[in-house]
Write a protein that binds this ligand. Structure first.
Ligand SMILES: [Zn+2]
Length: 282
């Protein structure tokens, strides 16, 4: 199977579907991350050029860790992504060339203009992937790929968890991936959130993880915790506990500490039983 995960920025795919990406690689599936922008805006000290160079290096480390291909549209500046015709056609060509079975991306309900544009570009491209006279220089696909949105916290309308997956055995990978995005998790994001990062490699990694999540940690504690990436990844399980129990049964569903959640996009191909078996049987 071929898997395409499309984020507006580097770290969008990593944080939201890094665990699933890792599971796919272990199954021998071909996984590709695409960042539709170069991340140049994500720093308060470095210049945009320095930032995008450094971000590219961090993404290369993520690609190596996961065993995936990582493409970045390096000429597309952060915070300027627009769902215009040229960008749509660029994306249509890109998707056709890879011909994925499934695409993951943002919903169009989101705080960040780039995230909204990314979601809209994927929606706009979806049907046209199969229309031969649109971008005739790249052969059209015969079928649309399945499209899934990854989780967000926004309302109107609220994210719907169609698929919620147990990621207990991926938490170390997820935290490792997060820690590789040094310029973001230790510099830029703490700056935007007015947080102090401790000195020292081990100290800052502990800080990054935040609250220790154990089998005894309650969903209430997780939902009330303020920060830390352990909590961030545990929040999905706490938020969708009902769905986890429906999927895995009371015993296992209650024990899932870390999860990832996905919503089916109505504009992609159908998620048949057969595909669901191949893609979400965890
Ligand atoms: Zn983003």
């Amino acid at each position: 199977m071929k898997i395409l995960m499309i984020g507006a920025h580097q770290d969008d795919n990593e944080f939201r579907c890094g665990g699933l990406a890792h599971k796919y690689v272990k199954m021998g599936y071909e996984v590709r991350f695409l960042s539709l922008t170069n991340g140049c805006g994500g720093h308060h000290i470095m210049t945009p050029e320095e930032t995008s160079r450094r971000r590219a290096g961090e993404s290369a480390s993520v690609a190596k860790l996961l065993g995936i291909t990582y493409d970045i549209w390096s000429d597309s500046d952060d915070c300027t992504l627009v769902a215009d015709l040229d960008t749509r056609r660029r994306l249509i060509r890109y998707i056709r060339e890879f011909a994925p079975d499934i695409v993951f991306s943002h919903r169009t309900n989101d705080y960040h203009a780039d995230h909204r544009a990314a979601g809209l570009l994927v929606q706009d491209a979806s049907y046209l992937l199969t229309v031969p006279h649109e971008c005739p220089d790249v052969p059209a696909m015969r079928d649309m790929p399945v499209i899934m949105y990854y989780e967000d916290k926004f309302l109107d309308p609220e994210f719907r968890a169609d698929i919620v997956l147990d990621m207990n055995d991926e938490i170390n990978t997820k935290l490792h991936i997060a820690s590789l995005n040094v310029s973001q998790v230790y510099e830029w994001l703490p700056y935007t959130e007015h947080q102090e990062v401790p000195e020292g490699e081990a100290e800052r990694l502990e800080w990054l993880k935040g609250m220790e999540i154990t089998a005894d940690t309650t969903d209430k504690e997780v939902l009330a915790a303020k920060r830390g990436y352990s909590v961030r990844f545990a929040r999905t399980a706490a938020r969708f506990r009902r769905e986890l129990i429906a999927r895995y049964g009371k015993k296992r569903g209650s024990r899932v500490r870390f999860a990832e959640a996905y919503q089916l996009c109505p504009y992609g191909g159908p998620l048949t039983k057969e595909l669901e078996e191949k893609l979400f049987n965890f």
